[in-house]
Write a protein that binds this ligand. Sequence first.
Ligand SMILES: [Cu+2]
Length: 157
Amino acid sequence: MKPVSIVVSACLAFGLYAPLLAQTVDISGAWARATVPGQRATGAFMRLTSKEGARLVAASTPAAGLAEVHEMKLEEGVMRMRAVPGGLELPPGRMVELKPGGYHLMLLDLKQPLAKDGTIALTLVFQDAKGHETRTELKLPVGMQPPPVDAVVSAKP
Ligand SMILES: [Cu+2]
C-alpha cells in the first residue's frame, strides 16, 4: 500500500492566517508496543517523510502522561536513550524511521496497560523551516511487533 499523504492544514502559530504552503508529511507503518500490567512506559514507532523538510517537535496521547521523541545512543559501551534536543529533524524528501533500537516515541506515565490489538490516539506537532507549527491526529494500532501490512494510520488534519 502506498503511504497516504497527510496534508496538515492547521496552523497553530498563525491563528487566522492560512499557511501559504500546506505542509505535507507522509506517515506509514505506525504502531505502539503493547504493555503488561505494571509497565509504565512503552514505545511508538513509524516512518515519517516530509517533502519540504520539517521537525517533529512534540507528541501527545491521552494514553500517557508524557510523550517524548527519544534516540538511542551508545555511551561508554552502554545503550542509553534520551530525549532528542529540539525535536526530530526530517530532512526534505528523506524517510526517517522510528523503530525499536533507534529513534522512537517514548510514552511515559501510562494511564493503563496498552492492550494488544487495541488502538491509541496520538497527536504529532510538526514545525516547518519558518517555525509554523502544524498538528496531525493519528490512530495507532497496538501490538507486539510492527503491523503485518504497511498500514497507514488514519489521520485528520
Ligand atoms: Cu525512550
